[in-house]
Design a protein around this ligand. Sequence first.
Ligand SMILES: CC(C)(COP(=O)(O)OP(=O)(O)OC[C@H]1O[C@@H](n2cnc3c(N)ncnc32)[C@H](O)[C@@H]1OP(=O)(O)O)[C@@H](O)C(=O)NCCC(=O)NCCS
Length: 149
Amino acid sequence: MLTIRKAELSDLRAVKAIDALLFGADSYPLFVLRQFYDITGDYLLVAETGGEVVGYMLSHLDHANTKGWLLSLGVLPAHRGKRIGEKLMAATLAQMEAKGVAVLYLTVHPNNVAGISIYTRLGFTVQEEVADYYLDQSPRLLMSRQVTL
Ligand SMILES: CC(C)(COP(=O)(O)OP(=O)(O)OC[C@H]1O[C@@H](n2cnc3c(N)ncnc32)[C@H](O)[C@@H]1OP(=O)(O)O)[C@@H](O)C(=O)NCCC(=O)NCCS
């Protein structure tokens, strides 16, 4: 059975392992995950199945609760294609909706077919392509979705 739940402190090593596997040198250091846990832990979700954390999603919102940002999403390769990413996204969307967030933003590499597929399915549209978004000379699509009017 798949459970989507808020991350516990004890999940952070598993989240770090997934993040490191998927994003390599660009993964969050463990201490940064701990800092996220402290400041935005309600929006650090994990997907668990068979007692194993197989995916995670991190998001945050601005002080006025008007803009939300989907910051990171990852699912272990062995567990892909089962809509786990989509379920993590849907849980985050529900959290943002409950907070009254008006617009959600995210960025994704233009070649990330799997990511763009989920985001499009959940109603995100491309606002613009930014050439050097993370100051690393690789492009990102800025996507957004209206949540509440
Ligand atoms: C993006 C990601 C989270 C999707 O997770 P998922 O649980 O497999 O998502 P879904 O099952 O909803 O499938 C989404 C898309 O993944 C692709 N996919 C499906 N099965 C797959 C598999 N077995 N292996 C790899 N990709 C697969 C398809 O493009 C699918 O879209 P489609 O159903 O419209 O064809 C996952 O691929 C991942 O962790 N990728 C690396 C990290 C990343 O790119 N994160 C997003 C950064 S913006």
